[in-house]
Design a protein around this ligand. Structure first.
Ligand SMILES: Nc1ncnc2c1ncn2[C@@H]1O[C@H](COP(=O)(O)OP(=O)(O)O)[C@@H](O)[C@H]1O
Ligand SMILES: O=P(O)(O)O[C@H]1O[C@H](CO)[C@@H](O[C@H]2O[C@H](CO)[C@@H](O)[C@H](O)[C@H]2O)[C@H](O)[C@H]1O
Length: 445
């Protein structure tokens, strides 16, 4: 048997786009196979989920999900390498093996329970008929596979021990019949032993409705900003969709009141961590802290929110704008992403995203681009406020916009250094922000 650290499955995982532990010196401790979705038979492939445990020098552990198909002959596009057990032939990334995908989905309908995984298919009735599998090939932190034009399967790669962020939000929005999101069709949960020996669970995948898309928010906004066409009707549609989502989430999960002092402390602490990663931010520390301090002495309503709302999470369908991907910010610790937060977190996300779109042609300060941006942001905020009616809290937006731009500076430094100037410009000109939607004061404590 090959040691986990020399196993081709670890070599594959450690270099994959979705592996977030690169550069941390992790080693593979264990690769655990769950029960087969479909066991191999002579002449037929087998497919199952496997969980790889990675140990880091600082004592931390991560669990990553490897959906693996085993074939007697290699399939070039999906090949990982020879199987650990020679009888199984060759290991493949099942998300890139369409036949394996179709067998996996079919098996969920037949077996809803096995010893170490369980499937919940509240809308299993939608998963019928021919659904040829097609992997999404874009850059992703998870792996998505489209099933015909019916559904899509999102394979979580970095497993969250305990409750996943995305599934309960989708489930609640479905219960409240919110039409502004994709419908949840089902999910699969693994039951396994953590490295400590403790019995734990983690969600392996979710299956949702595949929306019929007329366009995607990000390229549409970039094109509109560059050509200087009016985007305000679309921005308003996005604002309405977000408002419907927030109104349902505040009913589905208990809202809380946050102390403005705690929120300000959190923002300052995030700023200081960001300065460690990007020292150039320190020039703006005092200006930003003065802004965050304006939250002190207030009480701020908080609830479950989207958490990473930007144009890339919006799709235009024949029925209007839809919102996808409720996983929160990938750089934020998992435990934080399920905490109640201000609705202004999401509003600020879209305000920033429109700013990114306006910066794409390289002249964000051109009067036409500034006009496009102000008109789009105002239409988005006005449509949101018209439905939610939270006019009395608009003051908070500026602080959340800065908090988001700080996150983006770190995100871009790590992922797209050529883009750092976009959020940096938002920070250097932050004092000029004027969100002119109806303004008022926040609640005093
Ligand atoms: N419900 C859906 N219907 C149709 N397309 C979708 C749906 N969800 C995601 N997509 C598309 O799949 C791709 C990846 O989606 P996303 O969930 O945003 O990935 P990630 O979370 O890894 O960024 C995007 O092109 C997106 O437009
Ligand atoms: O889609 P994810 O949940 O992985 O979000 C991360 O990646 C986003 C980039 O794809 C990043 O968004 C930033 O860039 C967008 C343009 O590509 C822009 O519209 C967003 O406003 C900006 O924040 C997001 O921050 C990050 O969490």
């Amino acid at each position: 048997m090959v040691a986990p650290n020399d196993d081709p499955r670890w070599r594959y995982a450690s270099t994959a786009r979705w592996f977030a532990g690169k550069g941390r010196g992790g080693v593979a401790r264990r690769i655990e196979a769950l029960d087969w979705y479909r066991a191999p038979e002579p002449g037929h492939l087998g497919v199952r989920s496997e969980i790889i445990t990675i140990a880091y020098p600082d004592g931390a552990h991560d669990y990553y999900h490897l959906p693996i198909s085993y074939r007697t002959a290699p399939l070039s596009d999906a090949l990982i390498g020879p199987a650990d057990d020679p009888q199984l032939g060759y290991a493949h990334d099942a998300t890139r093996d369409p036949e394996a995908m179709e067998l996996l989905i079919a098996s969920l309908g037949r077996r809803v329970n096995s010893g170490d995984w369980s499937a919940m298919l509240p809308r299993g009735d939608r998963l019928t008929g021919p659904m040829p599998a097609r992997p999404f090939t874009g850059e992703q932190s998870n792996s998505t596979v489209f099933l015909g034009s019916t559904a899509l399967v999102k394979f979580f790669r970095h497993l969250e021990v305990g409750n996943n962020v995305d599934i309960p939000l989708h489930e609640a929005l479905g219960r409240y019949r919110v039409r502004d999101v994709d419908e949840l069709y089902g999910w699969v949960t693994a039951h396994f032993r953590a490295i400590s020996g403790r019995a734990v669970h983690a969600d392996l995948l979710m299956i949702t409705e595949q929306l019929k898309t007329l366009g995607e928010g990000w390229p549409m906004a970039v094109e509109s900003a560059t050509a200087d066409t009016d985007f305000s009707a679309h921005a308003a549609g996005i604002g309405r969709a977000l408002a419907h989502v927030h109104l349902a989430l505040v009913q589905a999960f208990p809202p809380v009141m946050l102390k403005g002092d705690d929120v300000a402390d959190g923002m300052v602490a995030r700023l200081d961590r960001a300065i460690e990663a990007v020292p150039a931010l320190s020039d703006y520390r005092s200006m930003l802290v003065v802004g965050f301090n304006r939250l002190r002495g207030h009480r701020l309503p908080a609830q479950r929110v989207h958490g990473d709302f930007h144009l890339g999470q919006t799709l235009l369908t024949p029925g209007g704008w839809r919102i996808i991907d409720f996983e929160g910010e990938p750089l934020r610790p998992l435990a934080d992403r399920t905490l109640p937060d201000s609705v202004w977190r999401d509003v600020a996300g879209m305000v920033r995203s429109l700013g990114y779109a306006a910066a794409q042609d390289g002249s964000p300060d051109a009067p036409a681009r500034q006009h496009w941006l102000q008109r789009s942001q105002a239409a988005f905020i006005a449509a949101y406020l018209e439905i939610t009616g939270v006019h009395d809290q608009v003051d908070l937006l500026d602080a959340y916009v800065a908090d988001k731009a700080i996150y983006e500076v770190v995100y871009e430094t790590r992922n797209r250094p050529d883009w750092v100037h976009i959020p940096m410009a938002a920070i250097t000109s932050w004092h000029e922000h004027q969100f002119q939607a109806p303004r008022g004061r926040t609640h005093h404590a």
